[in-house]
Write a protein that binds this ligand. Structure first.
Ligand code: AMP
Length: 298
């Protein structure tokens, strides 16, 4: 495994891989790596494929009152995890490499701007799409791996790739969780032991929503209310939002149909936790279970 801070050196290394006919899979991260990142790196690897991981705490995606300064930075452990997970190259750019003086460009995706995290984190997704566009341009990967944990980010980056015709395939990997259901996150380190015990209530509330839909509930408002109640049951949580939107367009839903994203964000102490589930709602005309021709229930 090699590591570099230089975009030019990275390009030279990747050009050499391409000359040998190898493809490039790319995992962008902000470091403080955990088993969720590790799963992305392992998923990225494959025969004839080189895996590039970037580690960059992107100032553009933090609001002025957010945790940019406090965001955990664990470079030695990160490099060890990358090596163990099978990364070939780790790119650790300096802020000056990513945003040289006079940097004046923003990539804005006009989608889902009034739902989920977007209204609560003004400018956040512009920061994300801008840094991902720049990283894609430096790395020029064949495959980009993102986590479903950050569902809105994955949808926006997917739309940016489609709209701009960027030559990369997006692969969104499932959320990796602790045994008790808490989604792994670099920010989980902010939780006190008591808060950590309370934290799985967020995913439990989302699982409750999934069960409701499976049992036939089709009102988005009732599903949302159930998630809010589930989170409120753990009094230490301060809910930011619980919403139900179309998983592809991020349009708010009234009646549930197709692939639906149920997502929530809540503060627990100083940690802001987000999580989501995607539920596929069977079409109304489709019978739940239909006997096959042989009379066997499919
Ligand atoms: P971050 O370092 O938080 O910017 O995350 C880097 C990538 O890892 C993003 O694509 C995240 O969605 C993904 N990721 C973070 N946590 C998880 C998790 N628990 N499971 C799967 N992917 C994750």
């Amino acid at each position: 495994m090699t590591r570099t801070r230089s975009a030019a050196a990275l390009r030279r290394t990747l050009d050499a891989f391409r000359l040998r006919g190898e493809t490039i899979a790319f995992v962008p991260t902000m470091g403080a790596l955990h088993a969720g990142h590790r799963a992305l790196i392992e998923r990225a690897a494959g025969p004839g494929r080189r895996v590039v991981v970037s580690i960059f705490v992107n100032p553009l995606q933090f609001g002025p009152r957010e945790d940019f300064g406090a965001y955990p930075r664990t470079p030695a452990a990160d490099l060890a995890l990358c090596r163990a997970a099978g990364a070939d190259v780790v790119f650790l750019p300096d802020p000056g490499t990513m945003y040289p003086g006079g940097f004046a460009t923003t990539v804005h995706v006009e989608l889902g701007t009034s739902v989920l995290c977007a209204p609560h984190r003004p400018g956040h997704f512009d920061g994300v799409t801008t840094v991902v566009a720049k990283l894609l341009n430096i790395v020029r990967p064949d495959r980009l791996l993102l986590g479903q944990k950050d569902a809105q980010q994955a949808v926006l980056v997917g739309r940016m790739i489609g709209d701009l015709g960027l030559p990369v395939v997006l692969d969104v990997a499932p959320t990796v969780r602790e045994a008790d259901g808490l989604a792994l996150s670099s920010r989980n380190r902010y939780l006190t032991p008591e808060e950590r015990t309370a934290a799985p209530a967020l995913y439990r509330a989302l699982q409750g929503a999934r069960r409701l839909v499976r049992d036939g509930e089709r009102s988005a408002a009732r599903v949302r209310t159930a998630v809010r109640r589930g989170i409120a049951a753990e009094s230490r949580f301060r809910l930011q939002y619980a919403e139900v939107v179309d998983a592809r367009t991020l349009e708010p839903c009234r009646r549930l149909s197709g692939r639906v994203l149920v997502a929530a964000a809540a503060f627990l102490g100083r940690a802001r936790l987000i999580d989501n589930v995607v539920v596929t709602v069977p079409a109304a005309s489709e019978p739940a279970r239909r006997p096959s021709q042989k009379g066997v229930v499919a």
